[in-house]
Ligand binder design. Structure first.
Ligand code: ARG
Length: 305
């Protein structure tokens, strides 16, 4: 019996330890904006989905100002196929013609409201909007190697006033990446690009990408070469070295762009790991790759070094 209660006490102290490790981060990030790009497997698996939403609502309730920017998961292509629509491809990319854009917008709005629903279930007020609302995302047509691929937009301008209004009223903004051009035509925007542009426009403290990879590897063929922390200079060197793989390249460029434009830290996380956001943000070591400015200190709380 005695041994058992000692064990209980040890476990309890461990739990207290976890919370105390989180304390400097809760202090430092109180009232700060964190943009979470939500996509990949974490959007498809129901259990992971719930855990991501739990994490984000927890962030909100301890005083952060989180913003979710999400894609359509695999739902857009699955609806395009389900409706038997013929797709045209240019340079391996599906052309977003007007009917495809119509489906994409319907699906994104549906996904958007389902996320609002999950957040509301946890007692946090959420508002789902697209980049069309309040003139949030203005775009121009994006070409692929000079070729027209339809209604795919490149972010030209972000007007964050709608986001500030929502945050001021304590709502959790949930944003899907659809924007309008100067003629008020509808365009689909890459969700990573939208998240990065929004993080820059609101001068977010943090931007976190939920991906299907552990983080950035020094050698993409060696999973033990995960890099825990990269300064801006190191990130640029890595890009110049040419070892950064296909999918990571645009992501890393987005990270660099965000840091150069006022975001303090960008995190590339494995959305397949349950509660990856909490593990990254509330621990000293984190679990993914953190990209930080050259002057930034390694840990926020020096004692724990
Ligand atoms: N929790 C701290 C933060 O949010 C440190 C995270 C460190 N992460 C890492 N992958 N090295 O900034």
């Amino acid at each position: 019996m005695e041994g058992e209660s000692e064990l209980d006490m040890e476990q309890l102290l461990q739990k207290a330890g976890v919370l105390i490790e989180a304390l400097p981060y809760i202090q430092r990030f109180h009232g700060k904006i964190i943009v979470v790009k939500y996509g990949g497997s974490a959007m498809i698996d129901d259990k992971l989905k719930k855990e991501v939403i739990q994490d984000v609502t927890l962030l909100k309730l301890v005083g952060f100002k989180p913003i979710i920017v999400h894609g359509g998961g695999k739902e857009i292509s699955s609806w395009v196929d389900r409706l038997g629509m013929k797709s045209e491809f240019v340079n391996g990319l599906r052309v977003t013609d007007a009917p495809t854009m119509e489906i994409a917008e319907m699906v994104l709005n549906k996904v958007n409201k389902s996320l609002v629903q999950l957040v509301e279930e946890l007692g946090v007020r959420a508002i789902g909007i697209s980049g069309k609302d309040g003139g949030l995302i203005s775009v121009k047509k994006k070409l692929s190697e000079g070729q027209d691929i339809g209604f795919v937009g490149e972010v030209e301008k972000v007007n964050p006033s709608i986001i500030f209004d929502l945050l001021e009223n304590d709502f959790l903004p949930i944003i899907c990446p659809v924007g309008m051009d100067e003629n008020f035509e509808t365009y689909n925007v890459n969700a990573d690009d939208a998240a990065c542009a929004i993080a820059k426009a609101v001068k977010a403290e943090k931007l976190a990408f939920l991906t299907d990879i552990e983080g950035v590897y020094r050698d993409p063929n060696d999973s033990s070469s995960l890099i825990s922390e990269l300064t801006l200079r190191e990130a640029n060197e890595l890009l110049e070295g040419g070892t950064v793989g296909g999918g990571m390249l645009p992501k890393l460029n987005n990270c660099i762009d965000a840091i150069l434009n006022g975001v303090s830290r960008v995190h590339i996380l494995d959305g397949r790991i349950p509660h990856c956001l909490l593990l990254e943000i509330f621990t000293n070591k984190g679990i993914g790759t953190a990209i930080i400015g050259d002057q930034d200190m390694k840990f926020y709380n020096h004692e724990e070094k």
